[in-house]
Design a protein around this ligand. Structure first.
Ligand SMILES: NC(=O)c1ccc[n+]([C@@H]2O[C@H](COP(=O)([O-])OP(=O)(O)OC[C@H]3O[C@@H](n4cnc5c(N)ncnc54)[C@H](O)[C@@H]3O)[C@@H](O)[C@H]2O)c1
Length: 329
């Protein structure tokens, strides 16, 4: 298959591309990849360094909102796997415009090009945050969309547009909604790499509010496994939840990271809560299990230990980025 991967220099997109070109994505062996990425603050060519010389990789630096460029890049691909987005909730609270521009208009630009050029499948990568916050139970895919942050609202808008293109134009759209990802190469503004790198440097870690917000953790490789299944087996016009099955309060997660770093609770700094902070996310993955055969495969304990080790071993990757994360905050 010839795949166009948007956002392929980011955390999740680059994992997808690296593992795909290494032959690790079932059903996609021998595929070639064009990465279209703007290289924003979170995009990084170094994330693709392990496959930089692979003959199956073409890298195009550019914006998914650039209609002329997108029109040049889209033809000749069998499918688009759309990861590109502004992805950090905190940034959407301080300035939401780039989120609307990239996540909504960028997605619309890609959808239009996919229709114009007869692209086979459009796999849109979305998030559990489109459902809002849930006290008890878990969301199935037909739950009401009730996003609370500007980030989540922009992703929900993109989901609705993608589904509308399926209904209106018959575009072969499939949407995945996943929970919180963790793993190597994650930009150190997100909680796990931020805490791990702070602890490695002997600093404190900032916990929002009372630390009781619950997140479901999904290893990036399991997410890419689910995306692959949805791409190869999903039904057009359908949404598939991809959860990790490990729900933790932020305090529980902090406890695990402190323990792994040999640090105590004196290293925790409680900071004022994030505005509109969702209390809990939880996905019902019955449909993706039944239809796609999806199940997370990386046990959280192992995935977290390997992730911590990766950051300890790869200072040269994250040290320059951490400066960038602080400056652009
Ligand atoms: N990280 C998570 O826990 C998580 C959870 C649920 C869903 N998602 C979704 O997964 C996708 C990937 O997330 P991530 O964590 O890898 O994000 P990321 O911020 O690490 O990567 C985003 C990538 O998109 C690129 N990009 C941004 N704007 C662009 C534009 N206008 N044109 C072209 N490229 C652009 C960036 O340069 C970067 O390489 C996003 O759609 C996000 O909403 C992420």
């Amino acid at each position: 298959m010839r795949l166009l991967v948007t956002g392929g220099a980011g955390f999740i997109g680059s994992h997808f591309v690296r593992t795909l070109l290494a032959g690790e994505r079932e059903g996609l062996a021998g595929s070639s990849v064009t990465v279209l990425d703007k290289l924003t603050y979170s995009g990084n060519r170094a994330n693709l360094q392990p496959v930089a010389e692979h003959p199956g990789l073409t890298f195009v630096e550019g914006d998914i909102c650039d209609e002329t460029l997108v029109d040049q890049v889209v033809p000749g691909h069998d499918a688009i796997v759309h990861f590109a987005a502004e992805s950090h909730v905190d940034r959407s609270i301080t300035g939401s415009k780039p989120f609307v521009v990239t996540n909504v208009l960028g997605t619309q630009t890609l959808l239009d090009a996919a229709v114009r050029h007869g692209t086979g499948r459009f796999l849109h990568v979305s998030t559990d945050e489109v459902y809002g916050s849930i006290q008890t139970g878990s969301w199935p895919e037909d739950s009401t969309l009730a996003p609370t942050s500007p980030y989540a609202a922009s992703k929900a808008s993109a989901d609705l547009l993608a589904l509308a293109y399926h209904r209106t134009h018959g575009l072969d759209v499939v949407i995945t909604r996943c929970s919180n990802n963790y793993g190597p190469y994650q930009f150190p503004e997100k909680v796990i790499p931020l805490f791990v790198t702070n602890l490695l440097d002997g600093r404190t870690v900032p916990v929002y509010g009372d630390g009781e917000n619950v997140r479901d953790w999904l290893h990036v490789d399991d997410h890419c496994h689910g995306v692959t299944l949805a791409l190869t087996r999903g039904r057009a016009g359908e949404v598939y939840n991809l959860g990790g099955g490990t729900e933790l309060t932020n305090k529980e997660l902090t406890g695990l990271l402190l323990e792994a770093g040999g640090a105590g609770w004196d290293r925790v700094e409680y900071v004022p809560d994030r505005k509109g902070h969702d209390r809990r996310y939880s996905l019902d993955t019955t449909k993706s299990t039944r239809e796609l055969g999806y199940a997370p495969r990386v046990p959280f304990e192992r995935g977290l230990a390997e992730t911590i080790r990766w950051y300890a071993d790869n200072r040269a990757w994250w040290e320059p980025l951490r400066q960038k994360a602080l400056v652009t905050r």
